[in-house]
Design a protein around this ligand. Sequence first.
Ligand code: 4AD
Length: 501
Amino acid sequence: MTTISTIDKLREHLGDTVTLQGWVHQSRASGKVAFILVRDGTGLCQCVMEKSDQTAGFFDETRRLAQESALEVTGVVVADARAPGGFELQVTNVCVVHAARDYPITPKPHGIEFLMKLRHLWFRSQRQWHILRIRATVVDEIRRYFNDHDYVLIDTPIFAPAAGEGSQTLFKVDYFGEPVYLAQTGQLYVEAACMAHRKVYCFGPTFRAEKSKTRRHLTEFWMVEPEIAYASLGDVIDAAEDFVCSVVQRVLRDHRPQLIELGRNVEELERIQKPFHRITYTRAAEMLRSPQAKALLEQDLVAKQERLAELDRRIEKLEAVAKGDGKQWDKDVAAAEAIEAREERAEVQEQIRNIPHHLELAAGFEWGSDLGGSDETIISRLHDKPVFVTHYPKHAKAFYMREDRADERVVENFDLLAPQGFGEIIGGSAREEELGRLLARIRHDHLPEDDYEWYLDLRRYGSVPHGGFGLGVERTLCWLCGLKHIREAIPFARMMGKIYP
Ligand code: 4AD
């Protein structure tokens, strides 16, 4: 009996004979030697198989195994610095578990639409494997951080009778004949719980009927929401800052090689240290109207136009190769690369069309409106560290946010914008603790007062200053991994027009 090992544990078996259970990632053979790159879910290992009497029974069959065939491969573990993972297996036996044929995701590039349709298989690709591993670490660090800092986990309901955020993004479901909604947030419930446990958090999926297909919006996303009793806006901001630093540190500690492989600039992440920038909304509005914002977008326009010209030239070349009379493999690769380049061209064209509009929005930004996605991008690109934008106009924000007693036009809230244009990853606030003011806001926003009766009780019985925030896991992962689109940051993305697989 040989020992079954996983690839990540090969170090412990140097010189031993072990069996790996995995799938063919890639393979190549030259004459009497075959190199099979096996993945087993924990890593990649090159398995070297030489044709000999010992391997004669399985050499030919194994050599011909197609990508993603499942196999058990036995061999001696040897160290090889050049091999992926640092170890190789010198094969002594192979057992084919399942011979796959025509796996649709080949080593050639593929368009994103195609890959999204094959999400259930796309998981197996290296890039996606890294992203979801990092996601698992982010989720683990979120739990660890709050558990270690004396927050009590409170699970909040998914069926909610009323809106927690804007009523335009509610998903209505039938609840025994009554209309209820899928939770947009657990906040109102953790507000109740913090009066019992002081520091609490909820962590789970939340739902928003976002009718736009942007690169930042999902209809189902994961959010962690801590809530603290006897806390001021400053206390909540300090907590958010400390928490974000610990998530970044953990990901850098555990995933530096993966981040580099994903093309992430890790030095940028290393700069994420306290203190972050803090500016008011009013200052942010001034920045949007400033010459720096204008210059930034104008430079962008030039850069995008250059990129477009480059892509046009590249697509023309690739199309010529694809239609030419070269080798079939080269033609296929060129055709696949052309699909990718055309997708990028469509994105760049859209960005070029949008820039004049974004310029106009920024230059004409009026105090009182909420910051839009493009405004956030500008502010976040003008900073090298995350920036807290605080004190937004009251009427652009949710009813529960605490009115600033020194300036009642604004609320004591904040958004945390990740740097380099990644935009908002956290929204939070101090909560209105005075019954009268809260009721006035509910009435002003024409919210159904009865549905909030229980919530108003929190202001009737021992109401204290309190506050909290919500961090979106997928937005955070986009920033940490440098992903352009949020669909790669969740195992099975749900977006407008996307529910399968
Ligand atoms: O700013 P939001 O809407 O805040 C709340 O829901 C508060 N109740 C949180 C609180 O104070 N307890 O959302 C918080 C975060 C955003 O910063 C973003 O990271 C994420 O949730 N988010 C989304 N992520 C993906 N797709 C969407 N449609 C998102 N909407 C919000």
